[in-house]
Design a binder for this molecule. Structure first.
Ligand SMILES: C[S@@+](CC[C@H](N)C(=O)[O-])C[C@H]1O[C@@H](n2cnc3c(N)ncnc32)[C@H](O)[C@@H]1O
Length: 327
């Protein structure tokens, strides 16, 4: 399946690339944004993706655009370690691609039976199965509550821990069936939706990546450079919004998971355009239901020094390395 590039016209106008400029597409995926950016001006694009499966698509782009395009396989949180200079635009399209969801063997979807893996990098680090088979009830509960916003998180975690004592949970179908029995079917959404989302976010440290990616973009963007981020969950959007407001010199309030952060002084490293958040158009939502929850935020880099990293913007959930150390 091809990936539909969400809010493409809005992404292009927010990036507003000019001839001779350089853009980092931090979430290359199927290259939908990269191709459109390359067509929007005589500019260059550096695509990043942590998933090695995107390589053939990137090869097509290199064949067509020559040295105007190249792909680097890396998490976008490391974009400031690649020796890139003079970057005028960074775009991040957070989450998984349709291709990843569609491949049963990746284990992202409860609708396709496959190994319970979910690692975007397809290697290193714990899998979703490791998490489900190793973590305690309270650790799983916290992950489901925070990353899945699941109201019956503790019940789901209890049922998973009881089920794994009976038989190993190995596949997506095993987990989906345990969750379905635990939470029952109510309404249109499958009860496993939030649990799978939570595990995927945990296994890929998606919120940590997002926060560190924003900090890395702050380091590589030139003054006047645009940082454009498309998110799909309130959790992700909250991090982007808080980061932008903090960097723009605004005081931000506390939330359930993040304590209040008071701006104590450094000069604003980003300025926010008057309309800093945009949602998908009605027509786009009709064409692609996934765009329903999309939010695009943009900020423009100033001349000021980068801020010191401030991890307090992240929810307090156990780290992936903690699980890794127990395996
Ligand atoms: C929603 S898709 C992007 C689709 C792309 N905008 C397009 O138009 O085809 C997200 C992609 O970002 C990648 N990705 C997710 N998190 C990442 C990270 N932290 N670093 C690098 N790539 C990441 C995923 O592997 C996936 O291919």
């Amino acid at each position: 399946m091809k990936h539909y590039p969400v809010m493409l016209p809005e992404v292009l106008s927010s990036l507003s690339m000019a001839d001779g400029e350089t853009c980092v597409d931090g979430t290359f995926g199927n290259g939908g944004y990269s191709v459109a950016v390359l067509g929007s001006a005589a500019c260059s694009v550096i695509g990043l993706d942590r998933d090695p499966n995107v390589a053939p698509r990137a090869k097509d782009l290199s064949a067509e655009w020559g040295d105007k395009f190249r792909l680097i396989q890396t998490p976008f949180s490391k974009m400031d370690e690649l020796g890139l200079e003079g970057v005028d635009g960074v775009v991040l399209d957070i989450g998984v691609s349709s291709m990843q969801l569609d491949q049963a063997e990746r284990g992202f979807s409860f609708m396709r039976e496959g190994p319970l893996d979910m690692r975007m990098e397809q290697g290193g680090g714990p899998t979703a199965r490791d998490a489900v088979m190793t973590l305690s009830v309270s650790e799983l509960t916290r992950i489901f509550q925070v990353y899945g916003e699941e109201k019956r998180a503790r019940h789901a975690a209890n049922c998973i821990v009881s089920a794994r004592d009976e038989a190993e949970i190995v596949t997506t179908a095993d987990l989906a069936s345990v969750v379905e029995q635990a939470l029952g079917r109510r309404g249109k959404t499958h009860p496993a939706t939030r649990i799978f989302q939570a595990l995927r976010i945990f296994v890929n440290d998606e919120l940590g990546e997002l926060y560190r990616g924003l900090c890395a973009a702050e380091r590589i963007l030139t003054p006047g450079g645009r940082l454009v981020v498309v998110t799909f969950h309130s959790l992700e959007d909250r991090i982007v919004k808080s980061f932008f407001r903090r960097r723009a010199g605004e005081v931000i309030g506390g939330s359930r998971y993040a304590p209040e952060v008071v701006n104590d002084g450094p000069a604003a490293s980003f300025s926010l355009p008057r309309r800093s958040v945009t949602k998908s158009s009605k027509t786009e939502i009709e064409e692609n239901a996934r765009s329903r929850s999309a939010k695009l935020r943009v900020a423009v880099r100033t001349q000021a020094e980068v801020f010191e990293a401030d991890d307090r913007l992240l929810p307090d959930v156990m780290s992936l390395s903690e699980l890794e150390s127990r395996l």
